[in-house]
Design a protein around this ligand. Structure first.
Ligand SMILES: Cc1ncc(COP(=O)(O)O)c(C=O)c1O
Length: 378
């Protein structure tokens, strides 16, 4: 077992606090503590409950028809849930299928655990839609778990409920597990998927307060499943990592979730407006193209190769010369002509950010264009 840093997080480390405009982040624009109106006075700063505060678990369970708080374990971000799930279900050498592109941790954790990780690619030419027949053909008797993320980061790709049910049928027929990352489930505009874990005991739902609620800094996520034995394993693993949750984070999450419908309705309106703006921007260009992200707050556009511009030069110029944050495709083990574009910020920030992309590209095109030979005078 060996862990290495994620290229994506190294990129964040280098630039995220150095920029003025962020059009690369994968979440609704972060809230500040005072905006939340949380009163933490009197909160006992003792160790929390190992599986998470009971009232928080109950509240989270409301979104999973048929579940109680006992089907939910609260973790330090969806990341810890992913780590615990993979550690509970997989041992070195196990076959694991992970959707790609994706948040890198989804495949880096099983790789670090020594699993035989196979990537299930979402293709641009297929509008980043999962090819379910292909997925089915990848599953072997050794496949321990299939890990999918929809709405997807970074592509914004969705599946329909029918597709999700078909995937679950395949999972059940093959006696494997589905880890369904539904961190963006509530940031949808046309239809919302049911939480996948209510559909089968072979499914584990993973979610988080980070993306749809704009509070990644509290580091609070959860896993939900019908499988009580697995929940017991997750508890044993999380005890070894963090013992319990941060009690302040749990209090904040409770407060935010108490008013979630209002918060989500406002956020969805804003995100939809932002996405439409970006879509119009893309449609007007002959140097960029994207697959319209059906849900979530990110898309994965690409610079057309016909521009002749080196994509790394472009992304570095955007961030270093124009103080605007996006994320190069290589951070997702993808063709570097792609970059992640997040539209979770306020519209003004997005407009300036896209103007800066335009300026950076114009600058590089000028540098690349053949110069007139200056003849010596006389
Ligand atoms: C799809 C997806 N799932 C899970 C996570 C983990 O996030 P967190 O640990 O903040 O919940 C991320 C983070 O970027 C993500 O993009």
């Amino acid at each position: 077992m060996w862990f290495q840093r994620m290229t994506l997080e190294v990129w964040f480390d280098k630039y995220q606090y150095e920029v003025d405009y962020d059009i690369g982040e994968s979440a609704v624009k972060y809230m500040t503590f005072d905006q939340l109106g949380v009163d933490l006075a009197g909160l006992p700063l003792r160790y929390g409950y190992h599986e998470g505060r009971p009232d928080l678990r109950e509240l989270l369970a409301h979104d999973y028809p048929g579940f109680t708080g006992e089907n939910v374990i609260v973790t330090s971000g969806g990341s810890e849930a992913n780590f615990a799930i993979m550690s509970a279900l997989c041992k070195p050498g196990d076959h694991v299928i992970v959707e790609h592109p994706n948040y890198a941790s989804m495949y880096e954790v099983p790789r670090s655990l020594g699993c035989n990780v196979e990537l299930f690619h979402l293709e641009y030419d297929n509008a980043f839609k999962p090819d379910i027949d292909k997925l089915q053909s990848m599953i072997t008797p050794e496949t321990k778990i299939v890990s999918l993320t929809h709405p997807n980061n970074p592509t914004g790709s969705m599946v329909t409920e029918g597709e999700l049910r078909r995937i679950i049928e395949i999972i059940e027929n093959n006696n494997t597990y589905l880890l369904f990352d539904e961190t963006y489930r509530e940031m949808c505009f046309d239809f919302m998927l049911p939480p996948a874990s209510i559909l089968s005991p072979r499914v584990i739902s993973l979610s988080s307060m980070s993306k749809c609620y704009g509070i990644p800094g509290i580091r609070l996520g959860w896993a939900a499943t019908q499988d009580k034995q697995l929940l017991a394993q997750l508890l044993a693993i999380r005890e070894q990592i963090s013992i319990t949750n941060n009690v302040m984070s749990e209090a904040i999450a409770l407060k935010v979730l108490a008013d979630k419908e209002k918060f989500l309705a406002n956020a969805r309106r804003q995100i939809k407006t932002n996405r439409d703006y970006v879509d119009q921007w893309m449609a007007a260009r002959d140097d960029f193209e994207w697959i319209f992200p059906e849900a979530g707050v990110v898309g994965f556009p690409r610079l057309k190769k016909t521009t002749g511009v080196d994509p790394e030069d472009l992304i570095v110029s955007i961030v270093e010369n124009y103080r605007t944050f996006t994320i190069p495709g290589r951070c997702f083990e993808s063709d570097n002509h792609h970059f992640r574009l997040g539209f979770g910020a306020n519209l003004d920030e997005i407009k300036i950010g896209l103007d800066n992309v335009d300026k950076a590209l114009a600058g590089l095109k000028q540098t690349n264009s053949p110069r007139e030979t200056k003849l010596p005078a006389g």
